[in-house]
Design a protein around this ligand. Structure first.
Ligand code: C2E
Ligand code: MG
Ligand code: MG
Length: 606
């Protein structure tokens, strides 16, 4: 019995010290203790395995049998490789043997294989056992099954680093990989390209077909990107419809531009979603390491700037970053300086673009559009200076000036017997939020005498989404003044349509891009039709922007769109030109307009 204990559980002295030393002398009590120990080992819920110094299994307990699926007879005489999964590299076992042969304890979570082939995880402690002469005679391994914990951790880790919808790395993992790519390329003096990819107007798919279809589309987009980019793990989804690729040239594709071209070509093919063929273009911005940035932040910022540049150039295109794209180029700075004195120097003018109804094409409304005639820079388009006005805070005085000028000028055009037109004025986000808008509008309506019901303020969807409760309050106050409210560029912004019910909106202006695409894309037609019927259901008026062709006019009339705006009818005109359109000599109203540009207008007057 003594021998057995010694053999199995370690040095006699340590055992007897451990178990009631005073009583251990007695032979009968000793065998009691041994029985207790044997029971403990046999009944513990931890797997116990004892091997020789050569790793031959001599003993396993019932818990071992349960965990591994091997009975004692099958295990004894074999080595622990019996449950080897092949998941650990050989250095892992080398380290294990080195540690225990040096008489130290080895602890680790082992990935093992059950007899059935199933993987399980065992948190294991391997302890060398010494005899009375300090010689290592055996190793004892105790372990417990921690599979559920390990799997939960792995799941959490996956969720923290992967996007569940597309199975692609998420923003966090992308950042880590970008950091690794920078370190590697820095060490090897090599280059890579960072591609920022954004789907063109993906929101319209979500809006028209629902989020489930949108999700399917994103998953298919992800696999198509991976197919073309080739290198596993290089494609990531940042969120929404934004993807990235970290690209270190391949055999067939050498540069970021070549990859971008291949991607754009691949997106010319449709995606099959719920028995429909859907198309989406992609806009790509490229920043190269190290030329366009040597750290994570500047590479991401520059690829993003290039991507937005690609978007503004139209669909399905790519742009390589260039430093002139960053704000604050010398030209921008000089434009900004001139802009500061433009109001004082009377360089601004309000132009007017008519909005007509189909059929008789009578002018029912007009949009005020700001123009800047700069002595230094010539005609600067609003796309260039409106953002600058917002960034510098100049939008407050300039916006107020536009509102006041337009209200006064349109009021002055009123004639007895002629139905007054509605005046639409664009309001920027900053103006909307600065708190003075309500008072300004009230004051301007009083001083100019324009009827509140004749003024329509155009805001963008983003204003409503960014701070819905504050925006709602302002909208309610504006509505209380009696002015009308329109959502400009509708369909390009955010997917939530719920706000349309919540806010006192009168009009939706369908974004020009949908109107432009209608003749070539059935999707655009579906979207325009959906927006029109949505507006009908909600009792909203609808204006289609950017009508340029007779074909678009025909489609929009057929869909029942009540108001139309675009070059087909007239470009934005200075006050005098608009006044001639509105009150042509001989009275009546415009029955036919064609061409584009002030000169090209052909007026047929009744
Ligand atoms: P918006 O409010 O959506 O105005 C419509 C834009 O589409 C105008 O550009 C107009 O000239 C253009 N447009 C109209 N019909 C057609 C067409 O058939 N084809 C094409 N290709 N374009 C057409 P614009 O005047 O360059 O203004 C651009 C944007 O600048 C406006 O877009 C608006 O967001 C902003 N903006 C203009 N004036 C003001 C202003 O006084 N205040 C504020 N906050 N923003 C303004
Ligand atoms: Mg507008
Ligand atoms: Mg618009």
């Amino acid at each position: 019995m003594k021998l057995q204990l010694h053999k199995a559980f370690g040095r006699e002295t340590s055992v007897s010290e451990h178990i009631r030393p005073a009583e251990a002398k007695d032979q009968r009590e000793m065998s009691e203790h041994l029985r207790m120990l044997a029971h403990a080992v046999m009944q513990t819920d931890d797997a116990v395995m004892i091997t020789t110094v050569f790793g031959i299994i001599q003993f396993v307990n019932p818990a071992f049998e349960r965990y591994t699926g091997y009975c004692a007879q099958e295990a004894v005489g074999r080595t622990p490789a019996l449950v080897k999964s092949g998941e650990h590299p050989s250095v892992f076992f080398a380290e294990l043997w080195k540690t225990v042969r040096n008489g130290k304890v080895f602890r680790a979570v082992f990935t093992n294989r059950h007899k059935s082939g199933k993987i399980y995880y065992e948190e294991k402690t391997i302890t060398p056992i010494r005899d009375a002469g300090e010689e290592i005679t055996h190793f004892v391994s105790t372990g417990r099954d921690v599979s559920s914990r390990v799997l939960a951790e792995a799941r959490l880790d996956y969720l923290a680093h992967y996007d569940v919808l597309t199975q692609l790395p998420n923003r966090r993992l992308f950042m880590t990989r970008l950091d690794l790519a920078i370190s590697r390329c820095q060490r090897d003096s090599t280059k890579f390209a960072l591609l920022f990819i954004d789907l063109d107007r993906f929101k319209r798919i979500n809006d028209a077909l629902g989020n489930a279809a949108g999700d399917k589309m994103l998953a298919k987009v992800a696999s198509r990107l991976c197919e073309i980019a080739h290198v596993p793990g290089s494609v990531a989804r940042l969120g929404g419809d934004e993807f990235t690729i970290i690209f270190e040239s391949s055999k067939s594709l050498k540069t970021g531009s070549q990859l971008a071209e291949a991607l754009i070509a691949a997106f010319a093919d449709p995606f099959e979603i719920e028995d429909r063929e859907l198309f989406t273009g992609i806009s790509i911005g490229i920043a190269a390491y190290p030329d366009d940035g040597e750290d994570i932040e500047s590479l991401i910022r520059h690829a993003d700037i290039a991507m937005h540049q690609a978007k503004s150039q139209g669909r399905s295109t790519y742009v390589n970053f260039s430093p002139v794209m960053e704000g604050g180029t010398p030209e921008d700075l000089s434009i900004e300086a001139s802009l500061r004195s433009a109001l004082k120097n009377a360089e601004f003018e309000v132009y007017y673009q008519p909005i007509v109804r189909p059929g008789d094409q009578r002018i029912v409304a007009v949009e005020a559009l700001l123009r800047w005639h700069s002595p230094q820079h010539g005609e600067v388009p609003p796309s260039r200076f409106i953002t600058m006005l917002e960034e510098t805070g100049l939008i407050a005085p300039v916006g107020r000036w536009v509102l006041e000028t337009a209200c006064a000028e349109i009021k002055a055009l009123e004639q007895p017997g002629l139905e007054p037109v509605i005046l639409a004025v664009n309001i920027s986000g900053r103006q909307f939020r600065d708190g003075k808008l309500i008072n300004d509008v009230r004051h301007i309506l009083q001083t100019t005498g324009l009827a509140a019901a004749q003024l329509e303020l155009e805001i963008t969807e983003s204003i409503l989404i960014e701070d819905a409760s504050a925006a709602g309050k302002t909208l309610v106050e504006l509505a209380a003044l009696g002015v009308r409210l329109a959502i400009d560029d509708f369909g390009t912004g955010y997917s939530s349509l719920s706000y349309l019910r919540r806010f006192p909106i009168n009009t939706l202006k369908i974004d020009r891009s949908f109107v432009t695409e209608m003749e070539s894309s059935p999707d655009a037609v579906a979207i325009v039709k959906t927006i029109i019927s949505l507006a009908d259901n909600l009792g909203l008026e609808i204006v289609a922007e950017g009508v340029e062709t007779a074909g678009q006019l025909a489609l929009l009339s057929a869909f029942g769109c009540a108001k139309l705006q675009g070059y087909l009818f007239s470009r934005p005109l200075p006050l005098a030109g608009f006044s001639r359109l509105l009150n042509p000599p001989g009275a009546g109203y415009v029955t036919e307009m064609a061409g584009s540009g002030e000169e090209a207008l052909k007026l047929v007057v009744r």
